[in-house]
Design a protein around this ligand. Sequence first.
Ligand SMILES: [Zn+2]
Length: 246
Amino acid sequence: MSPLKDHLDEVLARASGRGLKRLLVPGVDEASSFEALSLTRQVRAVKTFAAVGVHPHDVKDLKEGIPEELLSLGENESVLAIGETGLDYYRNLSPRDVQREFFIKHIEWAKCVGKPLICHVRDAYDEVLEILKVEGASEVGGVLHCFQGEMEHAKKAIDMGFYISFACTITYRKNENLRRIAASIQPENILCETDSPYLSPEGLRGKPNEPANVGYVYETIATLRGIEVEELAEVVFDNSMRLLGW
Ligand SMILES: [Zn+2]
């Protein structure tokens, strides 16, 4: 969230202006997890909630395992999910075996605190789905965030009680396959996000992304499905309520 931090009041005012009521801010390491929690205690234009975890890019630094202080954050009532966690075989910033080890640890953690998982996946859908299955992650469910997989991956995830979350990448010209998936899975399985400050929508690429831009995701999916944005937003809000209980 760093490029947005210095202008947080304006960023959240714009989000509120677009009708956003609640935001989930995921940590990617210990420091950002604590920051996400501290944000939940501040009075801002939009109420925020936290997810806590260590991103697969950063698990290489966890020589002593997940720190106790971070693990205990999972119990906090403003922490609604465990993540980001998962596997990133595209950038490989942590060794793959270390990524796998800590992905499994995050699943155990989520089951222990009874909270859903926010999964980051790049070039590793088959393996992520296999691990979620073997580790019994359907007990807590979760979301495949910023989904970029194939239809069969979406179906398998949905069968395990996971949601498919679309980000502004769905607006990119080349992502025809992603739009096909968003048009054909049930709205009850969809979530929408921005992954701010990354992956700004088509037309705004190169600028930091921000929560208000989630409107582009809703508009794209609603148009694909031939429904009103408000209708989609209502279903997606109910989905987020079922997953996060916020
Ligand atoms: Zn991610």
